[in-house]
Ligand binder design. Structure first.
Ligand code: HEM
Length: 191
């Protein structure tokens, strides 16, 4: 049995998985013998569950980032609203508020499922997991960016925004760089 491909049994249905997230005991022949505390679980059911969880982790991550990419685009438009265009400003602010709320809701399962893969399955724990530590550091920056968006939105709402649309255009590139680095870390695992 391999972590990627080569499955010998079909995966259980998704709802069964969601209702039963208990760990499957690792058969003795698969138990890791070193003293590092890392116990990979590689039986077929555990592998299938892990793949389902990873799939939904990626879906929620993609949705979360869709919000993180679009929100600063609204800020660009808000910073360009001509003085006196109150209706346009109010509409953009409403869009931004709703998008921020929805994006925050999406971040919770994205992070929770990632945490489950890490702590529940031990992926990225033990020796050779430098990529995971680097990823977690970048995830903290993504959370900081998300928080930064809410601070900037509050300033735009109260009329205390000092930033130009050029600033928001550059600000918009930060999640692109973070996502690129994180995906390279989890896929290539360079260290
Ligand atoms: C900005 C946030 C995050 C992004 C963009 C992200 C992205 C990804 C992607 C694309 C994968 C699939 C990699 C693959 O299967 O080849 C993945 C897997 C994984 N993620 Fe995340 N993730 C994020 C947050 C987290 C968090 C907060 C944790 C843990 C606390 C986490 C733990 C994991 C683990 C353990 C895997 C499995 C890696 C493997 O199978 O080799 N992720 N993540």
């Amino acid at each position: 049995m391999h972590w990627r491909g080569g499955r010998s049994a079909p995966c259980p249905p998704a709802f069964g998985l969601l209702l039963d997230l208990r760990r499957t005991p690792t058969p003795p022949e698969h138990q890791h013998s070193c003293e590092c505390g890392y116990r990979p679980k590689t039986d077929a059911t555990t592998l299938c569950r892990m793949l389902w969880i990873k799939a939904f982790h990626i879906v929620f991550i993609a949705s979360w980032f869709a919000g993180l990419f679009y929100l600063p685009r609204i800020f660009v438009n808000l910073a360009m609203v001509p003085a006196g265009s109150d209706a346009e400003r109010a509409r953009l602010l409403l869009m931004a508020r709703k998008l921020l709320r929805f994006t925050t809701l999406l971040a919770v399962p994205a992070l929770g499922l990632g945490l489950y893969l890490w702590v529940g399955y031990g992926i990225g724990m033990g020796p050779g997991s430098g990529w995971m530590h680097a990823k977690l550091a970048l995830v903290l920056l993504v959370i900081g960016y998300h928080h930064g968006c809410s601070v900037l939105l509050r300033r735009l709402e109260t009329g205390s925004n000092q930033r130009s649309h050029v600033f928001y255009r550059w600000f918009n590139e930060i999640p692109v760089l973070l996502l690129t680095a994180i995906v390279i870390l989890v896929v290539v695992k360079p260290f």
